[in-house]
Design a protein. Structure first.
Length: 190
């Protein structure tokens, strides 16, 4: 069994922000693979489904980003899901909009959601990173940037990225993070 986690913040005021691309990806996976209706559980919303013949629990933590690990560890412990079968999808300011990367383990890169998960289950889980770009002005307020909405011209790129991510999750589940990384490299080549 796999646990696929889309990181974000609950509430309509955060719905279309850069920090919520993980939630957006979870919603895209939910739709593409016809998951069951979301239910409130494990301090978040969960939905059960199948991808590539494997049982998958889809989770959108409602603990706010900084406490995401609280929700993830509850779901992982309940279903006895090991870190190697956990896939966390999150925003990444070090990647330009349209860039997608996958890896296992590593640092948090200053991402508070990842810091929280790392502290609860170790950093050795799969990550799919969705580029949201970085503020143009040096010294710009990073918090306001990630909690800001996408520019109109970036929304089309984001839609394409989310479609690619739904396929990448299937590649990761069928194979491994290296195959997923190769898939993302090929899918985002320009």
């Amino acid at each position: 069994m796999f646990l696929v986690v889309g990181l974000g913040n609950p509430g309509s005021e955060y719905a279309n922000t850069r920090h919520n691309v993980g939630f957006m990806a979870a919603d895209a996976i939910y739709s593409r693979y016809n998951f069951e209706s979301f239910k409130n559980k494990f301090d978040g919303e969960v939905s059960m489904g199948q991808i590539a013949g494997e049982k998958v629990l889809l989770l959108k933590p409602h603990t706010y980003m900084n406490l995401s690990g609280n929700s993830v560890v509850k779901a992982a412990l309940f279903y006895k899901i090991l870190p190697e079968n956990i896939i966390v999808i999150h925003d990444d300011m070090d990647l330009k909009i349209g860039q997608l990367k996958a890896k296992i383990g590593g640092g948090s890169g200053g991402h508070n959601g990842l810091k929280s998960i790392d502290s609860h289950i170790t950093p050795n889980y799969n990550r799919i990173r969705i580029g949201v770009g970085h503020p143009q002005n040096k010294g710009a307020d990073v918090v306001n940037y990630v909690l800001g909405s996408f520019a109109k011209e970036d929304k089309k790129v984001l839609e394409n990225s989310l479609e690619i991510v739904t396929e990448a999750v299937e590649v990761l589940i069928k194979n491994d993070v290296a195959a997923c990384s190769n898939f993302l490299g090929m899918a985002t080549k320009k």
